[in-house]
Design a protein around this ligand. Structure first.
Ligand code: PMP
Length: 443
């Protein structure tokens, strides 16, 4: 009901007149789907959506109520500082857009090769091989319209209806829905705050009997954690012991602030049972271009090409040309796209050092920071709601990412440095106001 009301509010807002900035923001708006039966004018009879599609959200809301409320406020003209979703505050670089334009004008506007152009597949293969040391050929690469469609395709490729699929909690919002969307059953494995959100192999092993796949994400959204070599060895061991497919979401692989990102595909015995999902969205600020890839064994890529033929029919040729151009700009360009997040992470760590209410695990990677607000006595949801109401700052409640991050909020490092500094300081002040006197943690 609440979701429906927010949905209606947002829809009304979209129809109204609001300033240009709000319009830009609203283009990125993801509306919650309408719930309930579809009324057809057939003598009072009702048409039903399939259980599979109507069940994607698993009966509950999608946990993004606060996000939609913030967006509705923006639409109504309230100057909300949005530290919610993983969207850069820069746009795709003009040199990449020029490449896209040249390609389109040069004729790349027809159907493109469904598994991807040879040129882009070869470029991705070389990049993956250079980064991981694992031999990677064109036949190991499928180009897909963004990481999300890669996640959906990868789960379709390894799961039958009714199969169980593991994923780690806290998780990126779409994970359980992606699994339900392919007709399978999601089973969460908690990663605990006291372990720095590194999942324990023993917990995964305990959940593994009867499961067919495990989905992991490192560098991690929402926690910013990069899995340690020990964590990855443990995960690989469980996958080998229980014959699990590993789906490794590596869309943040260029946002590494500390330590190193290791792709589990490089671990012994893993290349044949791992599907890696990559994307240009985060690495090259190309979220709107919808281009990414799946890396896997050639037989699986052949199956996935058949799937693409029956779903997406590939990715626009001019987008693929732009993606190849962007990858050819090399690691220095990727570091430049990542630099603002690295800076703001440091700003946040410096501000955190001056207080002792809010704890954080310094993020090793990705464009987020998970803050532990349990010293305030509030849930992440209650804190986020209070922050939005009193300071017009929107952050994501930890509870929108599962159970393991209750009492936390996720802050996206996605507004300019000055605004970020002010908002982060205001968040810390709010936490200090809310914390019971004397209830602090040792720093
Ligand atoms: N995986 C994770 C962990 C993400 O955070 C996102 C986007 N926020 C995606 C996948 C999907 O990204 P895209 O479809 O834009 O590649």
């Amino acid at each position: 009901m609440q979701m429906q009301r927010v949905h209606n509010m947002v829809m009304r807002g979209m129809l109204g007149a609001f300033h240009a900035a709000a319009k830009v923001d609203l283009q990125a708006l993801t509306l919650p789907p309408p719930a309930g039966p579809i009324r057809a004018n057939l003598k009072g009879r009702t048409m039903q959506a399939s259980t599979r599609i109507s069940g994607i959200l698993g009966g509950g809301g999608d946990g993004w109520g606060l996000f939609y409320r913030a967006r509705a406020m923006v639409a109504a003209g309230v100057p909300v500082t949005e530290l919610t979703i993983g969207e850069h505050d820069i746009r795709t670089d003009p040199v990449i857009l020029d490449a896209m334009d040249r390609a389109a004008r040069g004729g790349a506007t027809g159907y493109a090769a469904i598994p991807g152009t040879d040129a882009l597949r070869d470029t991705v293969a070389a990049r993956v091989q250079a980064a991981t040391g694992v031999e990677t050929m064109r036949a190991n690469v499928l180009i897909v319209p963004g990481g999300q469609s890669g996640l959906f395709a990868a789960h379709t490729a390894v799961l039958d209806a009714g199969d169980t699929a593991l994923f780690i909690d806290p998780y990126y919002a779409t994970y359980p829905g992606t699994i339900r969307g392919v007709g399978a059953v999601p089973r969460a494995v908690p990663a605990r705050p006291e372990d720095g959100f590194q999942p324990r192999a023993a917990d995964i092993a305990a959940a593994a009997p009867g499961a067919r796949s495990l989905l992991i994400n490192s560098p991690n959204n929402p926690t910013g954690v990069i899995y340690t070599p020990a964590t990855l060895d443990g995960i690989a061991g469980v996958c080998r012991d229980h014959d699990l497919w590993l789906i490794s979401d590596e869309v943040y692989d260029t946002q590494v602030w500390q330590g190193a990102h290791v792709s589990p595909r490089a671990l012994p015995g893993m290349a044949d049972r791992t599907l890696v999902v990559g994307s240009m969205s985060k690495s090259h600020a190309m979220t709107g271009s919808r281009v990414g890839w799946i890396i896997g064994p050639p037989e699986m890529i052949a199956h996935l090409t058949v799937l693409s033929t029956h779903t997406t029919y590939g990715v626009a040729g001019f987008v693929q040309a732009a993606a190849k151009f962007a990858l050819d700009l090399g690691p220095a360009f990727e570091a430049q796209v990542a630099a603002p997040f690295r800076r703001r992470r440091q700003i946040a760590l410096d501000l955190l050092a001056g207080q002792n209410i809010v704890r954080a695990i310094p993020p090793d990677g990705a464009m987020y920071m998970m803050l532990d607000l349990r010293a305030t006595g509030l849930s992440g949801e209650a804190f986020a709601a209070h922050l939005l109401d009193t300071r017009q700052i929107a952050v994501m409640p930890g509870e929108s990412f599962g159970h393991a991050a209750a009492g936390h909020v996720r802050v996206a490092l996605t507004v300019d440095d000055a605004r970020f500094t002010a908002a982060f300081a205001a968040l810390l002040e709010t936490a200090a106001e809310l914390a019971p006197q004397g209830d602090t943690h040792e720093t």
